[in-house]
Design a protein. Structure first.
Length: 253
């Protein structure tokens, strides 16, 4: 039977999932804690990578090599880059680019040296139900808001996510990042610090990968405060609801 890895950078990003785990077993490996068990009838392992591309790549490799996972999903938060990608929206990744990869002039900017590509696509079979689960969750959240007569209109987006070893925390920086990526032909919806590394490890091993990011900030001058509050208050609730539904959808297929 296959085992699915549910990966996040920080504990808050999957807060609540651990409590739902059936027959939990904690294993310490490669300086990290992993929790094996069952969620919605599926064998899973929950893992925390910590922050950044190297930490994420180590964790993804350990999940595949040591725990034998056959699918990986990343759930966490990101800064909104694209116009209309607002705090509280959800982005399901269609693919990833490393915004800090630059081996020019030897290779074109953003290209992964010797991979002949800058973009790594996510797995469609895993991503389609993730999008469906996110839409269902946001509809429920909206319905809750509407009964309280509050304004909320959060959307689910599907598109490119850019990863790099930098927390983007000024409007100037995020505009520059967006324009630089556009010059390379990449229209990124969101920015974070792990996804492209996990995508690359999964590509190397031939393991299907999908990712979902809730927008915690706009990668602008308020990003630091917005991120901290959002991660604490919202990220775990979204992960529990969306990943739970996603697992249900996968077992229906
Ligand atoms: N993750 C969440 N917000 C982010 C930001 N502004 N920059 C990089 N990673 C993030």
């Amino acid at each position: 039977m296959t085992r699915i890895a549910i990966l996040s950078a920080l504990a808050e990003e999957q807060h609540g999932l651990q409590a739902l785990l059936r027959q939990p077993q904690e294993i310490h490996h490669a300086g990290r804690d992993f929790w094996l068990g069952e969620l919605q009838g599926q064998r899973v392992v929950l893992a925390l990578s910590r922050v950044g591309k190297v930490a994420a790549a180590t964790t993804a490799a350990a999940l595949i090599e040591h725990f034998g996972v056959t699918r990986i999903v990343f759930t966490g938060v990101a800064g909104g880059l694209g116009p209309g990608v607002q705090v509280g929206d959800v982005v399901v990744a269609s693919g990833f680019v490393q915004h800090d990869m630059d081996a020019s002039p030897i290779f074109p900017r953003y290209e992964l040296p010797l991979y002949g590509r800058s973009l790594i696509a996510c797995d469609e079979f895993l991503s389609a139900p993730l999008f469906e689960a996110a839409c269902a969750h946001l509809e429920r959240v909206e319905a809750g808001f509407n009964t309280k007569n509050e304004m909320a209109a959060h959307g689910v987006h599907r598109g490119l996510i850019a990863s790099g070893d930098r927390f983007v925390s000024t409007a100037l920086e995020s505009a520059a990042l967006r324009h630089a990526l556009q010059s390379g032909g990449h229209e990124a919806l969101a920015v974070e610090m792990e996804g492209a590394a996990v995508a690359q490890v999964c590509l190397d091993y031939g393991v299907p990968f999908a990712a979902i990011r809730t927008i915690s900030d706009r990668a602008d001058d308020q990003a630091h405060g917005d991120f901290a509050e959002f991660v604490r208050e919202v990220a775990g609730r979204y992960a529990c609801a969306i990943i739970g539904r996603w697992l249900d959808l996968l077992s229906e297929k």
